[in-house]
Design a protein around this ligand. Structure first.
Ligand SMILES: Nc1ncnc2c1ncn2[C@@H]1O[C@H](COP(=O)(O)OP(=O)(O)O)[C@@H](O)[C@H]1O
Ligand SMILES: [Mg+2]
Length: 461
């Protein structure tokens, strides 16, 4: 039950509130500052109501001194004559809200429910995971499952060396996190860590970005640029999405890896660099090697040691600890006082497929914290955060159903399917230059079926 402290020198008011609110909360009252201090030191309150005029004391001074004692307990000012300035001063000084006396019971309950923090022990440990009891460190990499522990062990071993590492795993599994850790725990930690997303830099700029250029090497090269490899000298270079590196550059990269020298665009001399290479990809490099889009020799070079981060759905043990970690983190950064997470949310989270892995879980927990309107992230809150996510993914479909429902009055399904079918067939035919057999294959239907449908929609000449 929430513990509520009312500090007011009006005895009948204190008595009245005790009677009206006592059914719902554990009410404590203090009629002067000393009494209030003693109670605040002895009890953990979920919320404090403070009268603006307490005897001869100036309300703002009282607020300030109580605030100093209880930085994390919400304080609501009770004021008989609510001048705007006074309210603004109080809010500026840390009061979360104000109420004009006489306040109705309903209003008080609303305020208590809105602001009460965990300190009132309103959430029982049987049904709620209390965050203050969960070890927390903002930079922690969560690794509770054996799979993730193995990843950490590998990082510990390999970070002590200069061996090139290839990190693989689906998007959102933590490849960036892993590469950062390797650098942070290596002897290069005080030197640069340069991150290059091979998929994000346009092919024609990648070479000059990586290897640098000399002034006048090409139109627009007004000044020389050292390039990322030179900038990473004595540090680590992280080649993210390496599977997307164009073939033309793969050879150059291989050369750097082999002899540790780089040549800037437009330069005829080579510079020596001392770099450690970490690469990452969510693609299957062996397949890319097999189909000729990734050089085999480069593959072996960057893959001296490989670390595979399993998808979240294969290491369910990490789901709940990660969820709690993110709630704590977002509660801090969003300035919300979330103290606990309902334990029944666990099953819900562990059942998810997490195709977006930890990144997706992190997003869901951010949404949960944002929409939680009490000190707890409840199962319902998590469920609606998951719903919000999937609703936004389903948006095109929803729009589509709205479209068909307004367009057709009857036989909606049949007509919608026909319309989609006709449009798809047209687009695919366009795409493949009206080659019927390619179109049939792309659509996944036989040529006979395609001809029938072309006839049906009047598309065959
Ligand atoms: N084990 C982990 N513990 C805590 N946070 C993690 C962990 N793995 C990933 N994250 C977080 O999840 C998000 C996605 O991780 P990231 O390394 O960018 O994935 P990837 O590079 O594989 O797509 C990041 O915000 C990251 O901080
Ligand atoms: Mg990444």
């Amino acid at each position: 039950m929430h513990k509520v402290l009312i500090i007011d020198d009006d005895e009948s008011l204190c008595y009245g509130l005790k009677r009206s609110l006592g059914k719902y909360y554990e009410i404590f009252t203090a009629m002067d500052l000393e009494g209030a201090y003693a109670l605040i030191k002895a009890e953990k309150f979920g919320i404090i109501f403070l009268d603006y005029r307490l005897g001869d004391e100036n309300g703002l001074d009282v607020l300030r001194s109580i605030r100093a004692l209880t930085t994390d307990i919400p304080i609501v000012m009770l004021t008989a004559h609510g001048s705007t300035e006074l309210i603004l001063d109080a809010i500026r000084m840390g009061a979360v809200d104000f109420l004009t006396k006489p306040a109705e019971t309903k209003q008080l309950i609303e305020i208590i429910e809105k602001y009460s923090s965990s300190l009132g022990h309103c959430f029982d440990t049987e049904n709620f995971e209390i965050l203050s009891e969960v070890p927390y460190n903002a930079d922690a990499v969560i690794a509770v499952s054996n799979e993730m522990k193995d990843v950490l062990k590998n990082i510990a071993i390999i970070s002590a060396t200069d061996t090139p590492v290839l990190i693989t795993g689906e998007s959102g599994t933590g490849k960036d996190v892993a590469s950062n850790l390797i650098h942070r725990y290596s002897r290069r930690k005080d030197n640069p860590f340069i991150n290059i997303n091979c998929a994000a830099i346009p092919e024609n700029l990648l070479e000059s970005e990586l290897f640098g250029y000399v002034k006048g090497a090409f139109t627009g090269a007004y000044a020389s640029n050292p390039g990322k490899f030179q900038m990473a000298d004595k540090g680590t270079i992280f080649l993210d999405e390496i599977g997307d590196m164009p073939l033309s550059l793969q050879g150059k990269l291989l050369q750097v890896l082999q002899d540790g020298r780089i040549q800037r665009v437009g330069d005829n001399k080579f510079n020596k660099v001392d770099i450690r290479i970490i690469s990452a990809t969510n693609r299957n490099l062996r397949e890319l090697v097999a189909n000729g889009s990734f050089r085999e020799d480069l593959f072996y070079r960057i893959n001296a040691f490989s670390i595979e981060i399993p998808p979240l759905r294969k290491r369910v043990k990490d789901v709940w600890p990660s969820a709690l970690h993110f709630v704590k983190a977002f509660s801090d950064t969003m300035g919300k006082d979330i103290c606990c997470v309902e334990k029944s949310a666990r099953e819900l989270l562990e059942k998810c497929q997490w195709s977006g892995n930890i990144r997706e879980l992190k997003n869901i927990m951010a949404k949960s914290v944002a929409i939680a309107n009490s000190g707890a992230v409840t199962k319902d809150v998590v469920a609606s955060a998951i719903g919000l996510e999937s609703a936004s993914e389903q948006e095109p479909c929803r729009n589509l159903s709205g479209y068909f429902m307004t367009k057709y009055n009857e036989n909606i399904l049949v007509r919608a399917v026909e319309e989609v079918e006709e449009t798809l067939i047209k687009s695919v035919l366009d795409e493949c230059g009206n080659n019927n057999s390619v179109a049939a294959k792309t659509l996944g239907i036989s040529r006979v079926t395609l001809y029938e449908k072309l006839k049906k929609y009047g598309l065959s000449e």
